[in-house]
Design a protein around this ligand. Structure first.
Ligand code: CA
Length: 218
């Protein structure tokens, strides 16, 4: 199910938007605080973010900048004030994919949501980058700080899993399934061996071992 994170501190607006999104068949998560919204956008499997500008603890622009700085490519639609072109420009500069001015009708918002989701489904995942490491998925090219690095097909698939899930702990089982297509652990330490290869090629600092849980891309 497509999951939409709504970061909005006005209960009236978040209730109205989430009701509409739920009935359009989306799962909606509401957060009313900037810092918490950022944390959830980075940790959870979110397909699209609706981001208010005026928020407690961190405003919408700060949330967006930090989200992009952490390598997230999730589509973000800013909810801006109609009168403020400054908000719009600043939002797009900070990496927003679109904006909707308040007050908006639900139909207006839904149209934007649908088209941004369509876009990200068709263009999404062609390139991922994080912490100086970039993967071009179609060309199978890897660069570290702009310098090209040779990865085997398996190493590339493993790196892709990490870069698509920065900050999340990936278990050995999950990696065996997604990278090796195995539903069981053959009792080998193949994942650990490949993580070692990747550390050697991409730099030792990116992949952290989480004892008893798996690995996490920092
Ligand atoms: Ca607000």
């Amino acid at each position: 199910m497509t999951k939409i994170l709504l970061i909005e501190d006005e209960p009236r607006i978040s209730a109205f938007v989430s009701r509409g999104l739920d009935s359009a068949g989306y799962a909606t998560v509401i957060v009313d605080d900037g810092a918490e919204g950022l944390a959830r956008a980075l940790k959870e499997d979110i397909d699209l973010v609706l981001l208010d500008v005026g928020l407690p603890s961190m405003d919408g622009f700060e949330v967006l900048r930090e989200l992009r700085a952490q390598g997230s490519t999730v589509p973000v639609i800013m909810l801006t004030a109609r009168s403020s072109t400054r908000d719009t420009v600043e939002g797009l500069d900070a990496g927003a994919n679109d904006y909707v001015s308040k007050p908006f009708t639900f139909e207006e918002l839904l149209a934007r949501v649908r088209s941004r989701l369509r876009e990200s489904a068709s263009s999404g995942g062609v390139a991922v980058a994080h912490g100086g490491v970039a993967l071009d998925i179609l060309a199978r090219r890897t660069t570290v700080d702009g310098r090209e690095v040779e990865l085997s097909a398996r190493e590339f698939a493993l790196a892709e899993q990490f870069l698509r899930n920065p900050g999340r702990v990936l278990s050995r089982e999950h990696l065996l399934r997604t990278v090796w297509g195995l539903d069981f652990d053959p009792g080998s330490n193949v994942v650990d061996v490949y993580v070692r290869y990747l550390r050697g090629k991409l730099g030792p600092q990116h992949i952290v071992t989480v004892r008893g849980a798996g690995y996490r891309w920092e």
